[in-house]
Write a new protein. Structure first.
Length: 140
């Protein structure tokens, strides 16, 4: 596990509160957050996993100030939802030198899952894909 940062949204980290506004339900009680104010950001983390000589780096995004380590990986699963993560994409690809990239965290998670996948309103995924392809890295 590695330290990470969270992308900023409109200049600040979303849901960056240390205390929940409503009590946490015990297992089997209550349900998911009912409104956006119920969410908390928590502690962002990144992961570097090695299995049978294959290396996977997982990071949901972050500010340009916090880049991944200089570690060559086979698969980079990188968040590309917000401007901060897109601003650091080129540098992240240069550090990781991945064989494959799997873009993540670009869904509109304010819509119910039953509505099907839709890119988040601030996501510019086609531009991210173009950047990755220009780097001659396969998009998984």
């Amino acid at each position: 596990m590695l330290s990470a940062t969270h992308d900023r949204l409109f200049g600040k980290v979303p849901f960056d509160q240390r205390i929940r506004r409503r009590p946490v339900a015990k297992l089997g009680e209550g349900g998911p957050p009912q409104r956006a104010a119920d969410w908390i950001c928590g502690e962002p983390l990144a992961f570097l996993i090695e299995v049978n000589g294959q290396r996977i780096y997982i990071d949901s995004g972050g500010t340009p100030a916090q880049l991944p380590p200089n570690e060559r990986v086979d698969l980079a699963i990188l968040g590309m939802a917000l401007p901060d993560s897109r601003a650091r994409l080129r540098a992240a690809l240069a550090r990781l030198q991945p064989r494959y990239v799997l873009p993540s965290h670009q869904d509109d998670f304010f819509r119910p899952l039953s509505a099907g996948f839709q890119f988040g309103p601030l996501t510019d995924f086609p531009r991210c894909a173009t950047r990755v392809l220009r780097s001659r890295i396969a998009v998984a």
